[in-house]
Design a protein around this ligand. Structure first.
Ligand code: NI
Length: 178
């Protein structure tokens, strides 16, 4: 499969509502996921949404083992999530730093729900239903935002905490471009 070009903020496809997947376990869907996995691994990302590689479908992948870009981050299970639905379990929000492969070179503080439920399907059509909190919940919210045309800078309230990664976090230099 292949590492694909990641669209950058400003591209109109990133602002679109993505279409639901209607057929599972097809060669096309498996090929899309192989490209998404290759692209995310190549760029050392915590997640990737299909629109970021130019495919306007409701498909996201995410997962964190020990990622040098998020040294404090909790592990997040490697997940394929298709046609996701999020349920807020608790009104509490928390702030945290985010980056995005479509906004390379920047980080910003975004407020997200601390706890949520999510459900959807994997690429074979098997149902997934989980609860998540903390960084796991943050990653899910960030990736699912891509499916409704929202990039994290659009959620920033305080632009004094938005800036270039290499200035904000010089210790992360050389750990990737986003
Ligand atoms: Ni992103």
């Amino acid at each position: 499969m292949a590492v694909r070009e990641v669209l950058k903020m400003g591209h109109p496809l990133l602002l679109r509502q993505a279409e639901p997947v209607t057929r599972f376990d097809t060669p096309e869907l498996h090929a899309l996921l192989a490209d998404m996995r290759d692209t995310m691994a190549h760029l050392d990302g915590a997640g990737l949404a299909a629109p970021q590689i130019g495919v306007s479908l409701q498909v996201v992948i995410f997962g964190v083992r020990t990622n040098p870009r998020y040294p404090q981050a909790e592990e997040v299970p490697m997940t394929v999530l298709i046609n996701p639905e999020l349920t807020v379990l608790d009104d509490a929000q928390e702030e945290g730093w985010e980056g995005c492969l479509s906004v390379p070179g920047f980080r910003g503080v975004v407020s997200r729900y601390k706890r949520l439920g999510y459900r959807g399907f994997d690429e074979t059509g098997k149902a997934i239903e989980r609860e998540a909190e903390g960084f796991h919940a943050r990653v899910v919210q960030h990736e699912c935002d891509h499916l409704i045309g929202v990039l994290y800078p659009m959620r920033i309230r305080d632009f004094s905490r938005f800036g270039f990664t290499d200035v904000l976090f010089p210790e992360l230099q050389g750990e990737g471009d986003d």
